[in-house]
Design a protein around this ligand. Sequence first.
Ligand code: SAM
Length: 204
Amino acid sequence: MTLPASFFDGMYADADDPWSMRTRWYERRKYALTTAVLPRERYLEGLEVGCSVGELTAALASRCDRLTGWDASVAAVQRAGRRVADLPGVTVEHRAVPGDALPAVDLLVLSEVLYYLDPADLDLLLGQVRAAVRPGGTLLAVHWRHEVAGYPQTGDAVHAALRAGLDWPVVAGHEEPDFLLDCWVRAPAADLRAASVAAAEDLW
Ligand SMILES: C[S@@+](CC[C@H](N)C(=O)[O-])C[C@H]1O[C@@H](n2cnc3c(N)ncnc32)[C@H](O)[C@@H]1O
């Protein structure tokens, strides 16, 4: 079963920053890898689903004219809102996938959020993702690989579903013992130039 918002409300009631995203080197390094992989220097409109306390949101802000963070937990929305209050163009909203349909965006970041969905909801979301990322836009997914008791899926299962369900050109796939990171550009599968950062600057 997909984990309900109440599960996360409980975590935020117990801890200000439940995953220590503000302080862990592990997270800072992963955010650096995440932003480094994004193929475009700037995006008009970005969306991060499951923004928690807003640390990754803040890291993405400098790459987007407008960036929205969504979270299913009211407490997370409030904390992320405080974190990004001074960052131009950034807003945070109380929304949960797949019930709240994804809007059209140029950049969609799904970081450490999809293993909370059961396979049926992940499948629903994947259908939304295919429509929401604008042609030429970027989808980035990154997820913890180790099994966590009570989570409906592992990160490996999530990325296997994404890889099987998307026929878009791949910008990069990054594998570590702890997490998987995959990045796609919405374009026809055979259009390898669409996923090439060098081609975008006419290097080939
Ligand atoms: C582990 S944090 C990820 C934070 C951030 N994306 C990052 O990578 O640092 C997961 C967040 O996703 C939120 N969340 C869980 N299920 C969700 C859903 N179905 N829709 C939106 N947010 C969700 C939780 O409330 C939590 O704040």
